[in-house]
Design a protein around this ligand. Structure first.
Ligand code: UDP
Length: 403
């Protein structure tokens, strides 16, 4: 879902005019070229979040950026979620019939879609089989992987590799995800948009009204994790952390998230979370519909501490979102998260429930220290993970495919 974006020139107030001038210079070299992004969901999750900002901003720079979403039924997305989980190292059987169906749905999509990019920019495994059409289309193809590739199950990895290596290049979010491949690989980290509804400054009245709307007490500390309801985000672990901290400190927990159309597991996870929360009135399990950006922004800004206790994580945009708001973030040292947090400098990295409990108590008890982590974190995000840097990396990538 394409969102309203700011004029690209407005970002100069944050990143400086030279950065914007360079984007126009690079965009000009790609003027009129079609960059066709294809992924598997228009809403929910980090990939849709980024594309909803990236595509309109690329257009402002003169690039004919487009975004299409493949279609699939529940059977297809159940299979793609299994592939996703297996790539994240989860032991999960995937049958030959399932892989054949996965290919078939991709081929149906290829028949129905207008594959027209000068650069075909294919995101994640779900639409990866579209590369079979490269001979017919004859343009440049890049595969953009947003998944945590540190410990993939080898069977599914081998299956995907047979497709990945037909692309002109593969793009990963963190150095740890690079694989032995016969094609060039690029490292491009994701980013957040500082001028989006999700990240822009908010008046205190807006923050207060969102807290009122959800019945959250402004006077007591708020600990928040924003995430799709997904086992890999470990919401049950977050509840355990909260319960152990609550014995010592009177705080509230907010677990807020929605689903994604390509994630059929969400309802089951939500049910488990609600059971684990039981009837504790200080645990706020909020099922958010899509596009609740102001609400998410307000919840993050109202938080004393933000958690991201993922078991696997491609990058973790929610970490960057929290840090950009100068919030202390405690996050698992998995996937792309350590790129964003230098332990005890720009946030806290943890490896276990025990560790998370320890640091959450410390940050709630030492607000000055917590504040310092947040301030350093904001600076780190500003220097490395804003959308302007991301656009520059993509423009250079697209240009490199043609030279
Ligand atoms: N998000 C959202 N609504 C929700 C839950 C998450 O808009 O109900 C956003 C969140 O703010 C972030 C993105 O979706 O921008 C999630 O990206 P992340 O990289 O953290 O995780 P992913 O869902 O891609 O695994």
């Amino acid at each position: 879902m394409i969102k309203m974006v700011a004029d690209i020139r407005e970002y100069s107030s944050i990143v400086g005019q030279a950065v914007i001038d360079e984007l126009f210079y690079l965009g000009d070299k790609l003027k009129g070229k079609i960059v066709q992004n294809i992924n598997s969901t228009a809403v929910g999750g980090g990939v849709a979040e980024i594309l909803s900002r990236m595509v309109p901003l690329l257009k402002q720079l003169g690039v004919d950026a487009r975004w299409d979403v493949i279609k699939g039924n529940e059977e297809f997305f159940t299979i793609t979620k299994k592939i996703h989980n297996a790539l994240h190292g989860v032991d999960i059987p995937i049958s030959l019939d399932e892989l054949l169906y996965f290919q078939e749905v991709n081929r149906q999509n290829a028949d129905e879609m207008d594959l027209c990019g000068d650069v075909m920019f294919i995101h994640d495994p779900q639409p990866i089989v579209l590369i079979e059409r490269r001979e017919a289309i004859g343009k440049k193809w890049a595969w953009r992987c947003h998944v945590d590739f540190t410990t993939p199950k080898e069977g599914v990895m081998a299956f995907l590799k047979s497709y990945i290596e037909r692309y002109d290049c593969a793009v990963f979010s963190a150095p740890a995800f690079a694989r032995k491949l016969s094609i060039p690989q690029a490292l491009i980290s994701p980013s957040i948009d500082p001028l989006s509804d999700k990240n822009k400054e908010l008046p205190q009245e807006t923050i207060n009204s969102v807290l009122d709307q959800f019945g959250i007490d402004k006077m007591r500390p708020i600990v928040t994790q924003i995430s799709r309801f997904d086992y890999l985000k470990d919401p049950i672990g977050v509840i355990e952390v909260y319960k152990r901290v609550k014995r010592h400190i009177d705080c509230q927990l907010v677990l807020a998230g929605g689903g994604a159309t390509d994630d059929p597991e969400g309802a089951k996870v939500l049910e488990d979370v609600r059971n684990a929360a039981a009837d504790d009135p200080d645990i706020h399990v909020l099922l958010l519909p899509p596009a609740k950006d102001i609400e998410i922004n307000a919840l993050q800004r109202a938080s004393s501490v933000i958690l991201q206790k993922s078991l696997k994580e491609g990058f973790g945009l929610t970490v960057a979102e929290g840090l950009w708001k100068a919030k202390p973030v405690i996050a698992s040292a998995v996937g792309g998260i350590p790129l964003q947090i230098a332990h005890k400098y720009s946030g806290i990295l943890t490896y276990s429930i025990d560790g998370t409990v320890h640091y959450l108590k410390q940050l709630l008890n030492e607000p000055e220290y917590a504040k310092k982590l947040g301030i350093n974190g904001r600076e780190h995000i500003k220097n490395n993970f804003l959308i302007t840097r991301h656009i520059r990396d993509y423009l250079l990538l697209f240009l490199s495919l043609y030279h």
